[in-house]
Write a protein that binds this ligand. Structure first.
Ligand code: DQA
Length: 155
């Protein structure tokens, strides 16, 4: 079974009350419910976690890599600043899809640069909570393809 770790960075625990004109009114708990529902329908196992601390996110990326899991990552503001998250993704080789609720490219210039995009499979942004569902679908499909290539006889 394919396992995907959905990792959320700083301030995403405030969704629902935080800048609702930008991020909408859906809480992280509601996003988790939507993601679990979708994972269930796809037959994938997931974990869903949030931390305001960069080191926790680094640990969880390494854990996903060691388990052969995939990652859907909304790194929040660390997207734009964290060499540590980038190195964790690159170093563990974990297939990662970067997601954002907002369209970061229509916002302030400092949000246009992502340090983790170059080491991710791709980036999905601007679709609100649906970004997570698209991200889950994308990483799941990539992992299914990868498994087929590594072990063609099983598929
Ligand atoms: O915290 C966030 C949320 C965000 O990752 C998003 O989901 O749109 C976009 C980031 O620029 C911001 O720092």
């Amino acid at each position: 079974m394919i396992t995907v770790h959905v990792l959320n960075g700083p301030n995403l625990n405030l969704l629902g009350q935080r800048e609702s004109t930008v991020y909408g009114s859906t809480t992280l708990v509601e996003i988790e419910r939507l993601v679990r529902e979708k994972a269930g329908s796809m037959g994938a196992a997931i974990t869903f976690r949030q931390s305001n601390h960069e080191g926790h996110l680094v640990d969880w990326i390494q854990e996903a890599g060691a388990q052969g899991a995939g990652v859907v990552m909304n790194a929040g503001a660390y997207t734009h600043t964290s060499i540590a998250l980038r190195d964790a993704i690159a170093g563990s080789g974990v297939p990662t899809v970067e997601v954002h609720l907002s369209n970061v490219h229509s916002r302030e210039g400092f949000r246009h640069r992502s340090l983790i995009a170059p080491v991710s499979l791709g980036v999905i942004c601007g679709f609100g909570p649906m970004s997570y569902l698209l991200g889950l679908d994308a990483v799941h499909r990539a992992m299914v393809e990868r498994a087929k290539q590594t072990n063609p006889s099983k598929h």
